[in-house]
Design a protein around this ligand. Structure first.
Ligand code: GRG
Length: 303
């Protein structure tokens, strides 16, 4: 696949993912209309849609029914978007620019952004639960249940929220940051949501247990690489291309993999983690060349 062919295939699959997400968004109506508007504003602001795309790819790789996978694709993007909406709040990162437009709080105010995030988190589970209605057999129902467990676990205190907690605490107590703690933060805050994408698609298809476990490790490598690349882009990236503010880590003296190890070592680590993930993908019982190429491209992503 040439770079151009890959890019056009990626555009088309992101577009399909986008359409799925749109279908599951709430209709803006009634007295609660404003929170629904703020939720939709946040989700429709764009973004790379990587997590639902990973889910779509592992679902098709193992042959999950679309009716089961699609609610989970939308749910995963809703949870990811809620985390960004809350992370951008003045009480957290205080960002006014994300996904190329004003952040939710900058448009709707802090209070509405808080409940838009809450709304997205809850609506994600309401959406994922619709897969249960679409499950045709007891075995499909069990798979939906397992997928829900993965979705909730990776988003909660033993997943992303736990990682965000450790991140906030180390910002307060800089000296406490060790390489081990940084690894924990990246794994929980970033890799867990990527793990949901990789594992849920496979679980919904009834993929072999060994593959689901291997996909978890693969996603962890990819998630860690993704976060280190994010930190690299905060130093070397282009604000316009990224659609969000850059240079904040250095400005605020935030310790990152880059500040602790330097840019060159960081780029080396991204490469090492990605190559490890690609090798492990070769050991899966099913193949997906597009997914492998996507993972390879993430290593040098500029946005
Ligand atoms: C508020 C509980 C809570 C958690 C917030 C997601 C997050 C945790 C913080 C945002 C800041 C950050 C650097 C998170 C690490 C994960 C990450 C790189 C998110 C951005 O993901 P992309 O690049 O975003 O996939 P788009 O906009 O493309 O979807």
């Amino acid at each position: 696949m040439t770079d151009q062919e890959f890019q056009s295939e990626l555009d088309s699959r992101v577009q399909q993912t986008e359409e799925v997400i749109r279908r599951f968004l709430p209709t803006e109506e009634g007295y609660a209309r404003t929170v629904m508007e703020a939720m939709n504003y946040s989700v429709l602001a764009g973004g790379k849609r990587l997590r639902p795309l990973f889910l779509k790819e592992t679902a098709s790789m193992y042959g999950a029914r679309q009716e089961l996978a699609e609610p989970f694709m939308a749910a995963l993007e809703m949870i990811h978007t809620y985390s960004l909406v809350h992370d951008d709040l003045p009480a957290m990162d205080n960002d006014e620019f994300r996904r190329g437009r004003k952040t939710t709080w900058a448009v709707y105010g802090d209070g509405m952004a808080v409940i838009a995030g809450d709304g997205l988190l809850n609506y994600a589970y309401e959406t994922a639960l619709t897969a249960y209605d679409a499950a045709a057999t007891e075995s499909e129902k069990d798979r939906v249940f397992e997928a829900l467990r993965i979705l909730a676990g990776n988003a909660g205190i033993y997943g992303m929220v736990g990682g965000q907690c450790a991140d906030i605490m180390t910002d307060r107590e800089q000296e406490s940051l060790t390489p081990d703690l940084l690894h924990y933060i990246h794994k929980k805050k970033t890799a867990c949501m990527i793990e949901s994408g990789f594992q849920i698609g496979a679980v919904l298809a009834g993929a072999p247990k060994e593959d689901v476990a291997a996909l978890g490790s693969i996603a962890e490598d990819i998630g860690l690489a993704f976060q280190i690349q994010d930190d690299i882009l905060d130093v070397t990236g282009d604000q316009k291309e990224l659609g969000k503010s850059i240079g904040k880590d250095a400005l605020e003296g935030k310790a990152t993999y880059v500040s602790m190890n330097g840019l060159e070592a960081a780029a080396g680590k991204v490469k090492e983690l990605t190559e490890h993930a690609l090798l492990a993908m070769d050991g899966l019982s099913q193949e997906n060349d597009f997914l492998k190429t996507l993972v390879e491209h993430l290593m040098t992503r500029r946005k």
